[in-house]
Design a protein around this ligand. Structure first.
Ligand SMILES: Cc1cc2nc3c(=O)[nH]c(=O)nc-3n(C[C@H](O)[C@H](O)[C@H](O)COP(=O)(O)O)c2cc1C
Length: 219
């Protein structure tokens, strides 16, 4: 049998952006939180974040991680400034039919520009919080910020938020209480800046039975 050899890479010996590109191609596919916020002054903001995941089931809690902006001042992105000021956000699922709008909303435009308008997205008010919701998004979660955690050694800050309510398009909610994730058609991010994917084939795996696992030891 031919075995490929393993290459070992040390982040501190790699080119500056290389560990980011490598890591994002490994921790993939990543769902995209399409995050709506509002500043204390009332300016609305929308931007996607793929350093994102669920971190607790009850109370339902999600996180996303914001890096510093490299290209211009201020280094702090509007989303992070807003969640610090107001403590609320809406996280939408970025779906394939809204991919173009999601990309437009990621443009690094100065504060004061409204990404909802730039991306021609219709909006509706949230129920519990001030940030707006995207009308066309099939799934949105209104969240209250619970923790803001600096990621040691990096320019990233992790924002954790408790889901106050879920908004789900009716045809996506199944009788078993789950969303039909395949039908939702999320786009997910791979490595680097331009690689994305859609959900592939759905497969089922069994739930591990500890007794059965231990019985295997005896065989
Ligand atoms: C699909 C996608 C995922 C992104 N994920 C992140 C992320 O996880 N963290 C981050 O800081 N920026 C991420 N970005 C870049 C931000 O969306 C971008 O910097 C945006 O301009 C920030 O907007 P703001 O200043 O209005 O908050 C991502 C961009 C795209 C297109």
């Amino acid at each position: 049998m031919i075995r490929s050899s393993i290459i070992t890479l040390m982040p501190e010996e790699m080119a500056p952006r290389a560990p980011y590109h490598l890591l994002t191609s490994i921790a993939a596919p990543r769902p995209i939180a399409w995050v709506s916020t509002i500043s204390a002054a009332g300016e609305h903001n929308l931007a996607p974040f793929s350093f994102y995941n669920a971190v607790a089931g009850f109370p339902p809690t999600i996180m996303f991680s914001v890096s510093e902006r490299q290209t211009r001042l201020p280094h702090t992105k509007d989303t992070l400034r807003n969640v610090r000021e107001v403590g609320e956000f809406v996280s939408h699922v970025a779906t394939e039919d809204l991919a173009d709008e999601m990309i437009i909303s990621s443009a690094d435009v100065p504060p004061g520009f409204n990404e909802f308008e730039l991306a021609h997205l219709e909006i509706i008010p949230s129920i519990h919080i001030r940030p707006l919701r995207i009308l066309a998004a099939p799934v949105a979660m209104e969240c209250r910020v619970t923790q803001i955690v600096p990621v040691e050694g990096s320019t990233n800050t992790m924002v954790l938020g408790r889901v106050l309510c879920f908004h789900i398009r009716e045809d996506l909610l199944r009788d078993n209480g789950l969303v039909d994730t395949v039908k939702m058609e999320p786009i997910t991010r791979l490595g680097g800046s331009i690689e994305y994917t859609r959900i592939g084939e759905l497969i089922h795996l069994p739930v591990a039975d500890p007794d059965e696992v231990l019985r295997r030891l005896e065989r």
